[in-house]
Each structure stands twice: as structure tokens, then as C-alpha cells.
Design a protein around this ligand. Structure first.
Ligand code: SAM
Length: 239
């Protein structure tokens, strides 16, 4: 109960701060009229919902606050499934160097340059290595509202696919690299919807807990993911 109240308070504070920094001009460099003009050409697109720029500004401002990026500078950040680039733009305003990765898509191809985002165009597939990603090694790797892991649809990733993906991702990690993932709604055993949601099915929950993950709703943090992967590797070898 106390834990939930503290969490709600943290959220309220982050939301209030987010509104403040947006008002102070976090996105003032963005040509809003141009974004709206392009967006209006993609009304049937599945990500048309991102046209609510004010909502996206606040949500991504909250993300930089909650990851402590307003109180640090000079971090190298990789944002997987970066979408338009809202988060990268916000982080770069605090002196962080960001690179995104997303699949090629006419809507994103048109909008992302307006956010000044560096982006690698690539479609992630289970069991396939990532392409070369310039701009690393990264101190922070993020993925918000993941879709590349096919959450909730056919082919949903399990521990095996995540293990391959994370091991491959170590190629781009700086020492102490922090992994932050905001999962989408999964399907299957153990997963719940709503306020008390369990973010991933039981087998994945065990896999991520073994890596030392902590969760706040669907948000997951693993502070030193490379060390965590090496540790679990060693444990497996000694079994
Ligand atoms: C729900 S959107 C989230 C966008 C952004 N992270 C945000 O929170 O505003 C999911 C993003 O993942 C991207 N995506 C989906 N499947 C992908 C894949 N297989 N490889 C790379 N990106 C993918 C989509 O193009 C989209 O930009």
C-alpha cells in the first residue's frame, strides 16, 4: 500500500516536471506545422495515433526525467523501435548523444528527420543479428512500447529469443550499460491487464528476474545488463 502510494507520488512529480520542461521549450526546435502536415497524409497509418504531439511531448519528457537524463549529460543512448524520435530529441536537449533504430516506414521516414534523430533503418527479427549501429558504445539502451518482440501477436518472443537478442546487443554496450524496456501487452499465462499488470509471461519473468531486473508496471530496468548476462552464462556453465 505504502509502496503504491510512493509510486503514484513519484509519477505525479514526474508528470508535473514533464509539463514544466515541455512548457520551458523542450521541443521548441521542432517544426510542429511540418509534422502535422506530414501526419495528415498518413491518417490510415497504424501509428497515426502519434499525431497527438502534446501527449507524446509530455510522455517522453517523463521518460527522460524518470531515467535521470535531466540530471546527467554526455551519455550515449540507443533507442530501439524509436518511432518518430520524440525521446531521442528530448534526451539530446540535455547533452546526450542518441541513435535510434526502427524499421523503414514511409511515415517515420518523413517525420523522423524533423526531430533531428539519427536512425538506423532495420527490421529486427528473432534469432537474427543486428546490423552495424554507429554511435556506440552505449551507456543506456532503451525500448519503449516494444513491438519488435511481437508482444501479444503470433511469434511472441520467449526467453530463447530474448537471450539471443540481448547477447547480440552486448556488441554495442559500454561498461555498466543500463537497459530500460517498456513492454507492450503480452499474451499468455501469467500476464494480467490493468493497473496490477504482470508485464510478461511467467517464463520471461523468471528469465528477466535471473538477470536482476526490476519492474515498475511494464517498465523494466537492468542496471548492468552485460555483467548480468555474463553472470547467468557462468551459472549455466557450472550447472
Ligand atoms: C508502439 S511503437 C513505439 C514507438 C516509440 N518507442 C514510442 O514509445 O513512442 C513501436 C515501434 O517499434 C517499431 N518496430 C516494430 N517492429 C519492429 C521491428 N521488428 N524492428 C524494428 N522496429 C520495429 C515500430 O516501427 C514502432 O516505431
Amino acid at each position: 500500500m505504502l509502496h503504491t502510494t510512493k509510486r503514484s507520488l513519484t509519477k505525479l512529480i514526474a508528470r508535473t516536471q514533464a509539463k514544466y520542461i515541455v512548457k520551458q521549450g523542450l521541443y521548441k526546435g521542432i517544426d510542429t506545422a511540418a509534422v502535422i502536415e506530414i501526419t495528415n497524409q498518413f491518417k490510415d497509418h497504424m501509428y497515426y495515433k502519434y499525431h497527438n504531439m502534446h501527449h507524446a511531448y509530455i510522455r517522453n519528457a517523463e521518460r527522460v526525467i524518470r531515467l535521470g537524463l535531466t540530471k546527467s549529460t554526455g551519455m550515449r543512448i540507443l533507442d530501439i523501435g524509436c518511432g518518430f524520435g520524440y525521446f531521442m530529441h528530448a534526451a539530446s536537449q540535455y547533452g546526450h548523444r542518441t541513435v535510434g533504430l526502427d524499421r523503414g516506414d514511409p511515415f517515420f521516414n518523413a517525420v523522423t528527420p524533423l526531430f533531428g534523430a539519427n536512425r538506423v533503418v532495420h527490421q529486427i527479427e528473432a534469432g537474427q543479428p543486428l546490423p552495424n549501429i554507429p554511435g556506440g558504445p552505449f551507456n543506456l539502451i532503451t525500448a519503449f512500447a516494444t513491438c519488435f518482440d511481437k508482444a501479444g501477436v503470433e511469434g511472441q518472443w520467449g526467453p530463447e529469443q530474448w537471450e539471443f537478442f540481448l547477447q547480440d546487443l552486448t556488441r554495442f554496450m559500454a561498461p555498466n550499460c543500463h537497459l530500460h524496456i517498456k513492454f507492450n501487452q503480452y499474451a499468455g499465462e501469467g500476464t494480467k491487464t490493468g493497473r496490477l499488470c504482470q508485464p510478461v509471461p511467467n517464463d520471461l519473468m523468471d528469465y528477466f528476474h535471473n538477470l536482476g531486473a526490476t519492474f515498475v508496471k511494464r517498465g523494466m530496468d537492468i542496471p548492468d545488463i552485460q555483467a548480468a548476462l555474463q553472470r547467468t552464462d557462468r551459472n549455466l556453465q557450472t550447472v
